[in-house]
Design a protein around this ligand. Structure first.
Ligand SMILES: C[S@@+](CC[C@H](N)C(=O)[O-])C[C@H]1O[C@@H](n2cnc3c(N)ncnc32)[C@H](O)[C@@H]1O
Length: 279
């Protein structure tokens, strides 16, 4: 029975029209949206979610979108005691608290796409690592030589370090708390085979740093937001131009839509191969 049918006796027909039936599950936490019209029914809805999903122990209501440098959202606890959980993905355990850090279970497919591109022995830099899903998955499953992970949000950096331990990849992953602009030059001496730039919206401010630390023929996974109407042949050319302005001639080897920012704007990953550096 779906959530709509389960609530048929509890909500009026009009209330049922406002019900959002799809939601994310991160570990044992369900993250639901309750529109204003159903504010007075939020507890009934949360109870129904708990009842229907035996693996769920906590229900959070998302009350505000992701904002700020740390890309965190706001939530209201509707049911349960703890907002900390362990999410399982591709054989890894990822510990996190969605109320204090960024994490999207919807990016699981994208993480797999990147992970399967990594060749054994690669050096990888994860510039905006969050709680470490890309770094940990790559370290566990792709046999890299080394992964350097950077994260500025102290809460996320705490989980990043814990997840490195939890998944027994401390020999491969070096995790650093702080601004990547300060930390990367201090800890990485040289160039990587692959650099991840998962900070759509602001990654352009760090392109020079990424180029500097990517070897010739290395790959940069550059995440950004693109209006649906602009996602044509010209999009890759604009990325080439952007990288040229920051000091490198590049090829765009792949353009992957990996989520929706809003109905008109997509989250896109451009895989960029560095052909020649001018810096
Ligand atoms: C969109 S999230 C991606 C996190 C992670 N890669 C993932 O897929 O879950 C971007 C992350 O970059 C972090 N961040 C923002 N600015 C930063 C900076 N200057 N240096 C290091 N980390 C930064 C944020 O705190 C956030 O955790």
């Amino acid at each position: 029975m779906n959530l709509h049918d389960r609530l048929m006796g509890d909500l009026s027909d009009e209330e049922l029209q406002h019900l959002r039936t799809s939601f994310d599950i991160v570990g044992d936490i369900a993250i639901i949206k309750v529109p204003e019209e159903l504010e007075h029914r939020k507890d009934v809805i949360a109870d129904a979610v708990l009842e229907q999903h035996r693996n769920v122990n906590t229900v959070l209501r998302k009350t505000g979108e992701r904002t700020g440098e740390f890309r965190t959202a706001t939530y209201e606890l509707l049911n349960g005691d703890s907002t900390e959980t362990i999410h399982k993905e591709h054989g890894c355990r990822l510990k996190l608290d969605p109320t204090t850090v960024y994490f999207s279970e919807r990016l699981g497919h994208e993480r797999e796409r990147v992970m399967t591109q990594v060749d054994p022995g690669e050096t990888v830099i994860d510039m905006f690592a969050g709680i470490g899903p890309f770094s940990v998955l790559i370290a566990r499953n792709a046999d890299p030589e080394h992964v350097y992970a950077f994260e500025k949000n102290p809460e996320a950096a705490h989980y990043l370090k814990e997840n490195v331990q939890l998944n027994s990849v401390a020999d491969t992953v070096d995790a650093y708390e702080g601004d990547v602009r300060d930390e990367l030059p201090e800890h990485v001496n040289g160039e990587a085979d692959r650099v991840l730039m998962n900070l759509p919206g602001s990654a352009d401010r760090f392109i020079d740093l990424a180029i500097k630390h990517t070897r010739r023929d290395g790959i940069i996974h550059y995440y950004t937001f693109v209006a649906k109407d602009d996602l044509d042949e010209g999009a890759a050319t604009e990325i080439q131009e952007l990288f040229r302005e920051h000091g490198a001639t590049v090829d765009v080897t792949d353009t992957e839509i990996c989520g929706h920012y809003n109905p008109a704007v997509e989250r896109v990953c451009f895989d960029v191969r560095v052909k020649r550096k001018h810096i």
